[in-house]
Design a protein around this ligand. Structure first.
Ligand SMILES: CCCCCCCCCC/C=C\CCCCC/C=C/C(=O)SCCNC(=O)CCNC(=O)[C@H](O)C(C)(C)COP(=O)(O)OP(=O)(O)OC[C@H]1O[C@@H](n2cnc3c(N)ncnc32)[C@H](O)[C@@H]1OP(=O)(O)O
Ligand code: FAD
Length: 609
């Protein structure tokens, strides 16, 4: 499809999905499932995941009563317009202004520079009638920082932009189809006026007289919509990883190379330890991210309930967990999808493998909802704060509770003696805790050598990110272990999950061996034992690998992959796909008479053939 066709077809699908949701009708969970199977980024994502939650989280009761019924019936379509051409990560650096005019009781929205143009918001370019706009609030010449406003963008009769608004699509993005189904947009305001009651005023207010009234709740609640989406992105990482792994695992069982004896069949590539060493940790990650995603959903629900009761104590941890896990799981999944492409050899590079499209549509997850490095730095700040409070009498809680055992974890030596010891959950957990704590404490010690903490932080950014990743990996490993300790129906299933849990943990040790050795969390002998155990786990997973990906229950239609077909009938179907290519419509290609024939004829003449 051309871009225009792709965009229009996605509009068609989105509107059809919305019709089904209402007609059947579908529950919220079923509607999410429908979105999952619609399987294309589109304006509904931003309307439901960001526009509506932003109003719910930041609007007053009256604002919710006014706007939510319209949004819930999709009589208005909204998006979330925060990022600007010049500023994305640095939200406090946004330039768009919303200046209160007491004479008209209105805010004047203005884009003072080119870099202040909104740039990137999904659904903005061509579809949305409304947006939640983030802009600097100015009253009486004073800048109060960034706040949210509900703004109508387009005329409700003919969809034309309202006077004072310039709006459009930002152009083609990475990949052929992928994210190009979405109208990520730009927007400029030229002194565009909105009524005062369209500032989202749950967190702070501007009175009729133009007085700014800050609220007594943390201003970070303005970032709440991002926290909610980051949490869902973790579960989505599992879905995308599982999809790539399903394709690569099934194909690795079909594909054979070398090893034929006396003219017999060749070896299935899944039997090579190198293939297993690349594939099975990704299979384990798909399960691990699913379980940590379930836990994060619980954490998010818990913090939401606490916030409703004005208990803000767990907000920093919820922010650190959603930011860190969003970052860690999306980076691992993007890399994992690309690894799966390579695991499928040359055929993985074919569009019909399903992997190029999956990669292209997935990889911006490392950037949207917060650049992955920027988000890990938020985790690092949280860890440095926690370390600095050790010994102050305030016991660390939640995911940093292990830091409360700092004295032990800083000096303990791993008691792993034989390979099987690596199947002991307490020993594995302690290894990850020791490594995470020692990396965090080492950063804190190095920071303390700087007179200026911010300067020290800038100098140590790379180490801080590594410490944050170590903490996030510990969370994933620990939640996998907790899952195993809970109710899992079926001993066989539990055994399989145990294998995957240890593959996940031991492979991380192997991959980040430098961290584990340099922090003396394990010795090089214990590292060899971990590798030995890992190989043995691969052997145990091998006979069940295909069943473990079949368990994801993805249909062939959803996978969209010739290589990942359930029936394994890969080669005939690769031919069928090839023959569908427009280049094969004719035997002699268009351009032969124009370019190839004259070239050949010229050579034939000069060679006197
Ligand atoms: C084959 C076909 C397959 C098809 C598959 C389809 C796949 C589709 C999948 C769809 C899935 C999901 C849909 C998602 C849609 C994505 C759309 C994207 C939307 C966006 O990107 S919206 C814009 C997002 N922008 C960002 O994330 C910006 C990142 N920056 C920030 O968040 C912040 O500014 C910051 C965290 C970097 C803060 O920096 P800083 O300058 O320090 O900030 P301050 O404002 O001064 O605040 C500092 C203190 O506040 C704390 N803090 C910061 N953030 C939060 C928070 N969110 N909650 C609570 N607290 C927060 C911070 O820790 C500081 O605290 P302290 O003072 O240290 O105590
Ligand atoms: C597909 C897609 C959809 C999007 N949808 C929306 C949307 O609906 N609404 C919306 O408002 N926005 C949206 N965005 C924008 C998105 O949120 C931003 O792109 C994202 O927050 C990153 O910001 P940036 O582009 O400014 O990156 P930058 O911050 O410019 O990052 C560039 C580089 O600088 C590094 N860097 C930046 N700051 C630091 C620092 N302090 N320390 C160390 N390194 C740093 C980063 O790691 C990165 O390597 C979308 C983006 C994409 C790609």
């Amino acid at each position: 499809m051309t871009r225009k066709e792709l965009f229009k077809n996605t509009l068609r699908k989105s509107v059809h999905a919305w019709k089904l949701i209402n007609e059947l009708p579908l529950s919220d969970d079923e509607s999410l499932m429908l979105r999952h199977f619609m399987d294309q980024p589109g304006f509904l994502d931003l309307h439901w995941r960001m526009f509506v939650p932003a109003i719910k989280g930041q609007g007053t009761e009256e604002q919710k009563q006014k706007w939510l019924p319209l949004a819930n019936k999709m009589q208005i379509i909204g998006c979330y317009a925060q990022t600007e051409l010049g500023h994305g990560s640095n939200v406090q650096g946004l330039e768009t202004t919303a200046t209160f005019d007491p004479q008209t009781d209105q805010f004047i929205l203005h884009s003072p520079t080119q870099t202040s143009s909104k740039w990137w918001p999904g659904g903005l370019g061509k579809v949305s009638t409304h947006a939640v706009i983030y802009a600097r609030l100015i009253t009486d010449g004073k800048d109060h920082g960034v706040h949210g406003f509900i703004v109508q963008l387009r005329n409700m009769d003919d969809h034309s932009p309202l006077p004072g608004i310039t709006i459009g699509d930002i152009g083609v993005k990475f990949g052929n189809g992928a994210y190009n189904s979405m109208d990520n947009g730009f927007l400029m305001f030229d002194k565009f006026c909105i009524p005062r009651d369209q500032m989202l005023m749950r967190l702070s207010k501007v009175t009729r007289e133009g007085k700014y009234v800050p609220s007594d709740v943390p201003r970070q609640l303005m970032y709440g919509t991002m926290v909610s989406v980051r949490q869902t992105i973790v579960s989505n990482a599992s879905i995308a990883m599982a999809r790539a792994v399903c394709i690569a695992t099934r194909y690795s069982a079909v594909r054979r190379q070398f090893g034929s004896q006396n003219g017999g069949i060749e070896t299935q590539v899944i039997d090579y330890k190198t293939q297993q060493n690349r594939l099975f940790p990704l299979l384990a990650s798909a399960y691990a991210f699913r379980f940590v995603g379930e836990w994060l959903k619980w954490l998010y629900t818990d913090v939401t309930q606490r916030l409703e009761a004005s208990d803000f104590a767990t907000l920093p941890e919820a922010h650190a967990c959603t930011a860190g896990l969003k970052s860690m799981t999306t980076s691992a999944t993007s890399d994992g999808i690309e690894e799966c492409r390579k695991l499928c050899g040359g055929h993985g590079y074919l569009w019909c493998s399903g992997l190029p499209e999956l990669f292209a549509v997935y990889v911006p997850a490392c950037t949207y909802e917060g650049d992955n490095v920027v988000l890990q730095l938020q985790v690092a700040r949280f860890l440095m704060k926690t370390v600095s409070q050790l010994g102050s009498g305030k016991a660390p809680a939640g995911t940093t509770a292990y830091m409360g055992r700092a004295k032990h974890l800083l000096q303990c030596r791993s008691s792993i003696r034989k390979a099987e010891d690596w199947l002991n959950p307490a020993m594995v957990l302690e290894t990850f805790e020791a490594r995470a704590l020692r990396m965090a404490v080492s950063c804190a010690n190095n920071l303390s050598k700087f007179e200026n903490q911010e300067q020290g932080f800038s100098e140590l950014l790379a180490d801080l990110v590594e410490a944050a990743i170590a903490h996030c990996q510990l969370i994933v490993v620990s939640k996998f272990i907790v899952k195993l300790e809970g109710e899992i129906k079926g001993k066989g299933v539990k055994n399989q999950l145990k294998n995957l849990c240890y593959i996940y943990a031991l492979h991380l040790i192997h991959k980040h061996l430098g961290d584990f050795l340099s922090t003396n969390s394990i010795t090089s002998e214990q590292a060899s034992l971990a590798n030995h155990q890992l190989r043995s786990l691969y052997t145990q997973v091998r006979p069940n690998a295909v069943a473990l990906v079949d368990a994801f229950d993805y249909t062939d239609h959803y996978l969209g992959s010739v290589l990942g077909r359930y029936d394994g009938n890969v080669y005939p179907k690769l031919f069928e796909e090839a023959l569908k290519d427009p280049l094969n419509d004719t035997v002699v290609p268009d351009g032969y008479h124009e370019y190839i024939r004259p070239l050949i004829k010229q050579h034939l003449r000069s060679a006197r053939l």
